[in-house]
Design a protein around this ligand. Structure first.
Ligand SMILES: [Zn+2]
Length: 205
């Protein structure tokens, strides 16, 4: 079940670009109205230290993620929590620039001549926050912390609370059929995220 067809915005979310709509991408706020959007690559607060997206970048996801994100967000909402999105659809040229900075395929996917994962809008980087106060959950590391403590099931160097906070996120996402990447607690794949597809050339704003 999708909340809308591509390109049809809900009341306060402007329609996505015609190119994004044609690619089946939707603005995540159309799917998760209370989502907090904190696209780190639209700022210099990311591992490259460089702003890689325009400041008005949006969190675009493929419509196939919509049912799962709806379920995950509801699970968290019942606990007074909201999903926070750090990255969503990622244009191919940005992937290329990231790999130039961190040329380690364990941490940054090697650019290919096809699109999958973030490049096809089928993966998201998320955490959660308190819906009322906005406090981010303590997961033991920040976003793009390229150390073993970022492994989804890491326990070394983490408190029991941090381990349990990660599990809460994984369980909510799993309820929606979204699976965590073992190497990064914040990265989740939707259906078909691993399948190679033609490279999209779609604006992220
Ligand atoms: Zn990711």
């Amino acid at each position: 079940m999708l909340l809308m067809s591509s390109g049809t915005a809900s009341a306060d979310v402007p329609p996505v670009s015609p190119q994004a709509a044609a690619a089946g991408l939707v603005d995540v706020r159309s799917v998760v109205p209370d989502a907090r959007i904190d696209l780190r690559y639209a700022t210099t607060n990311n591992f490259t230290g460089v702003q890689l997206y325009p400041a008005d970048a949006r969190c675009l996801v493929h419509e196939s993620l919509a049912p799962g994100l709806t379920v995950a967000a509801q699970r968290l909402r019942e606990r007074g929590l909201v999903l926070v999105f750090w990255d969503c659809y990622r244009p191919h040229d940005v992937q290329v620039r990231m790999f130039q900075v961190v040329p380690n395929p364990n941490w940054v996917a090697r650019p290919a001549d096809y699109a999958k994962s973030h490049e096809s809008g089928r993966s998201v980087d998320v955490t959660y926050a308190d819906a009322h106060y906005g406090w981010l959950a303590d997961m033991g590391t920040g976003f793009d912390d390229f150390t073993p403590r970022s492994y989804a099931n890491a326990t070394e160097g983490l408190t029991a609370q941090q381990v349990s906070n990660r599990k809460l996120l994984r369980d909510a996402m799993a309820a929606g059929g979204l699976t965590v990447y073992s190497g990064e607690w914040w990265h989740f794949d939707g259906p078909g995220a691993g399948d190679p597809r033609p490279i999209l050339d779609v604006p992220v704003n």
